[in-house]
Design a protein. Structure first.
Lengths: 114, 118
């Protein structure tokens, strides 16, 4: 199993541009998550999904959108990039059945907005 | 609301010495507690977890953590530090599950940078 994979690894965007961060997991997990990690800070949850077709907002959803058309994929969309979105983005997944879960993380996407 | 505090931004320890990385938590119910490690340019890796039972939890790479309910702490420990243990360590907590938005979230601390000096 590859686990959780993310693309791209690094990207530079200009203010106002848009992009999609890709996330794929091959563990058949129902739950998937997007986090951002700012320098010296812990993770903050952007969006999460409890299954295909079901998504919900986390702590910091503004400026982002997500979709979940399949169990495997959970892309994160930035429509109008802003410098405040410069961060490292982590995708994660976890097993669906009952607590407690352990989240499996991808290697991250480093995004720089200039 | 649940929260996690890691009071030390950085911990320095000599190779071969014991290490401790501190974590305290606050939850409304019973806590599920986790430690993760993040090496440079890598994603978070799960180290160990406390769910219930024995207060001393053993995990990967020789790490262990002690759950102390009265002090609401979950400190990470290792008897003998290695240079390869140098990384960023995150403590995380989840409250008991309930219905509603945000019920599946882990709350992370800010992280503690561990430097093991040869």
């Amino acid at each position: 199993n590859a686990g959780v994979t993310q693309t791209p690894k690094f990207r530079i965007l200009k203010i106002g541009q848009s992009m999609t961060l890709q996330c794929t997991q091959d563990m058949n997990h129902n739950y998937m998550y997007w986090y951002r990690q700012d320098p010296g800070m812990g993770l903050k949850l952007i969006y999460y999904s409890v299954g295909a077709g079901i998504t919900d907002k986390g702590e910091v959803p503004n400026g982002y959108n997500v979709s979940r058309s399949t169990t495997e994929d959970f892309p994160l969309r930035l429509e109008l990039a802003a410098p405040s979105q410069t961060s490292v983005y982590f995708c994660a997944s976890s097993p669906s059945l009952g607590p407690p879960e352990t989240q499996y993380f991808g290697p991250g996407t480093r995004l720089l907005v200039l | 609301a649940q929260s996690v505090a890691q009071p030390e931004d950085q911990v320095n320890v000599a190779e071969g010495n014991p290490l401790t990385v501190k974590c305290t938590y606050s939850v409304s119910g019973n806590p599920y507690l986790f430690w993760y490690v993040q090496y440079p340019n890598r994603g978070l890796q799960f180290l160990l977890k406390y769910i219930t039972g024995d207060n001393l939890v053993k995990g990967s790479y020789g790490f262990e953590a002690e759950f102390n309910k009265s002090q609401t702490s979950f400190h990470l420990k290792k008897p003998s530090a290695l240079v390869s243990d140098s990384a960023l360590y995150f403590c995380a907590v989840r409250d008991i599950p309930y219905s509603g938005a945000g019920s599946y979230q882990l709350t992370f601390g800010k992280g503690t940078k561990l430097s093991v000096i040869p």
